[in-house]
Structure formats: C-alpha cells, structure tokens
Design a protein around this ligand. Structure first.
Ligand SMILES: *Cc1c(COP(=O)(O)O)cnc(C)c1O
Length: 393
C-alpha cells in the first residue's frame, strides 16, 4: 500500500522534536548523541545561537526576493567565499545536486564557447556520489543509482578507484573536457584521495587542458580541518561544488569557479528561483564567518585528533565488530566487521546516531564544534553498542 510520503527512504523509528548542540531529543525526552549531523549538514550543531539570531533577524526583515534584484546577503556571502578560496565567482543553489547540475553545464559551455564542442566528456570515479538528478546519477553510473532511470544523460565515464594507468589513458582522450571527483568520498565509505593523487590529478588536468571539478559537498566547509579538503594537497580546482555544511541546516549550496572556468556562463545561461535567497545567504554568511577562522579550524583539528584516538581504542577493544578507522578531520568512517546496519541499530539502542556508507562503513560526522565531553560520551555509547552486539553474538 502506498504511504503518504513516497517511500524512497528506509527510515529508522526515531523522531526528534528538538536539537541542542550535538544532541537530538525525542518527545519523551530520550537524548541521542548526534554523530550524523544531518549527514554533515549541521556543521555548528543544532539551534546554534549565532545562527538562530541571524535567521530570526533576517526573517523579520526580508525572506525572499528574486535574483532579478540585488541581494545584499548573497553578495556578502559570495565575497566571503571568494576571499577565502581559489574562486573568482560564485553561483548559489539550494542543494549539492543543483551544484552538480551547474558544474556540468559550466564545463560543457566552456568547451562550446571555445569551439571545442567535441570535448564534452567528463571523467568520474567509481564509488562516488554527486546527487540524484539526471546528471548526478549519470556521472556515477552505478547500477544501484541508475537502474530503471534510462536513458541516461550521456557524456560520463567512470574510472576504477586507484587505477592510475586507466586514468592517464582516459585523460589523454581527445573528447574529454573535465574530471569530477570528491577529495574524500562520503557515500562511497569515507575514502580519502591521498594528497599525492589529488596533486597528480591536478597535473594531469593541466597537462591535457582539463577542468578540474571538485565535489566538496560533504568534505568541504571545515569538515576535514581545512576550510576545503583540497587545501591539504596544496592544489586548487577550476570548479567546486559546495552544499551541506555551508547552510548549517538551512538549504544552501554553491558552485565556486575561477574566472576562466566560468567565462561562458553569461547572463541568461543559468538561473534559480530560490538559489541565493536572503534567508539562506544570511545564515550561510554567519556559518562562513565562524568556520573560515584559523582558530576555529585549529579546534576542529584538535577535536579530530581526540576523536580519532578514541575511535582507534574502540576498534582495538572490539576487533570482531570493527576493523579500521579512516577519513580526515571530523569526516571519519569506522569500517565494520559486523554488518554496518547492525552497528547502526545497536548505536540507536545506546543513544548514538551514525550514518551508514558503502564498503560496510558507518560514518562519524559530528558538528565541527562538538564539545570534548560529547566526544567522550559518544565513544562510550559506541563502546556499549559494540558490547551489546558481542553479547548478541
Ligand atoms: C550529499 C551529496 C551530494 C548531493 O547533495 P544534495 O544536497 O543531497 O542534493 C552531492 N555530492 C556529494 C559528495 C554529497 O555528499
């Protein structure tokens, strides 16, 4: 029988009525430590006072105007993003998927305007995730994502993860115009691209004149301990997709680009009714002010070290349940030996929320400002969850 909500999600029987920092609370008062953070969205915790203040002040003044007019909150956020990154220009969206759509359009139009209309193919990597739109699923190409949704948008080739020879051969093909990659795969199971590989990809793009498109929807906005993950490798992309953490829970995404990569996107070539809306950009401005601060990012790195050390201990004490900790900053994955769905569920029973990912991983994506005491409480709860699973045998 059909449900009133289209049943595309397998939902846990949990329902929260309030959030406070790193905690989510059910109607009966039961408290859960939130290591999911809306899948890396609630970057500054729930009901963050600075974000609540910005949102309510903007709500009193102006909710929405069209992009037919100047939007000061949008201009301010764009200036902040440009000041702190490689980018010369920004387009705002409402989600990561929409950012993917524009990144693909931008890469294609770039070639068109240069008269290189046969260089439309974009190389992507197996195990990636770029959203559920026509371009997003075609980019990833997996059976799981695309089955039944054909005909797929043409122009993407997926390369195996870690196969340098295949990558070099593909990048040299004359119809390829861009490479699209996540510096740290999220849905794919928290798989970081080593810095040397990201550097190598940049070199390959330069060698063949390819646009480098980075999908930092999940790994960006301070998640890895730098404002953007690619900074660890000392490289810059041509185009970057951002979303999730940038709104701190308010729907907001962006495409950042160099002047060169964006040169073909002139008036009338793209648009969005809501993208860059005053409410979203006001909140995004406050999120950026807080996260793009060296002292804040230093704290993210310190907390990441603490959490990682505690998780290594957890793996050592429960070798039948866990295999390995991996990831970068506060974007961590626990590769499980027990089925990750069982670990997730045992976590619910012990009052801790994590997110499943491919490769039998559970993701640990806390608020970037999670208090040290909550890190300790979180690992204690994961420890109890593992003990519970061992007892169930
Ligand atoms: C979540 C995600 C997307 C899609 O973003 P939505 O806001 O869900 O549309 C794209 N790329 C990556 C890497 C993501 O993690």
């Amino acid at each position: 029988m059909i449900t009133t909500i289209l049943p595309t999600y397998n939902r846990a029987p949990l329902s929260f009525v309030r959030g406070e920092g790193s905690w989510l609370i059910e109607a009966d008062g039961r408290r859960f430590l939130d290591l999911a953070a809306g899948i890396a969205v609630n970057s500054l915790g729930h009901a963050n006072p600075a974000l609540v203040k910005t949102l309510t002040e903007q709500a009193q003044a102006l909710w929405h105007v069209s992009n037919l007019y100047q939007i000061p909150a949008q201009q301010r956020l764009a200036d902040l993003l440009v000041a702190h990154t490689f980018a010369d220009t920004v387009f705002f969206t409402n989600s990561g998927t929409e950012a993917c759509e524009l990144a693909v359009k931008m890469a294609r139009k770039y070639r068109f305007d240069r008269g290189e209309t046969d260089r439309t193919r974009i190389l992507t990597f197996e195990g990636s995730f770029h959203g559920r739109s026509a371009a997003g699923i075609a980019a990833v190409g997996s059976e799981k994502m695309t089955r039944g949704f054909g005909p797929l948008l043409p122009g993407f080739t997926q390369l195996p993860w870690g196969d340098h020879a295949a990558l070099e051969a593909a990048a040299a093909e004359p119809d390829v115009g861009a490479i699209l990659v996540e510096p740290v795969q999220g849905e794919g199971g928290i798989r970081p691209l080593p810095d040397a590989c990201l550097k190598g990809l940049r070199d390959l793009c330069d060698q063949h004149g390819l646009l480098m498109i980075l999908d930092e929807v999940q790994c960006g906005m301070g998640r890895t301990g730098k404002l953007f993950a690619h900074e660890w490798a000392g490289i810059t992309p041509d185009i970057m997709m951002v979303a999730k953490g940038i709104g701190g829970g308010f729907p907001l995404g962006a495409v950042l680009a160099t002047e060169n990569a964006a040169s073909a996107m002139t008036a009338g070539t793209h648009g969005s009714t809501y993208g860059g809306n005053p409410l979203a950009c006001a909140v995004g401005g406050t999120v950026m002010e807080i996260i793009a601060d060296d002292a804040f990012l230093a704290e993210v790195n310190r907390k990441a070290g603490l959490l990682r050390q505690r998780l290594e201990g957890l793996v050592a004490s429960h070798p039948d349940i866990f295999e390995q900790v991996r990831g970068s900053g506060l974007m961590l994955g626990l590769k499980c030996r027990a089925p990750n769905a069982d670990v997730l569920k045992a976590g619910y029973d012990e009052g801790v929320l994590t997110v499943p990912a491919a490769d039998n991983v559970i993701r640990i994506l806390p608020a970037l400002n999670i208090p040290d005491a909550d890190i300790a409480a979180a690992v204690d709860r994961l420890d109890r969850a593992a003990t519970r699973l061992e007892a169930a045998g």
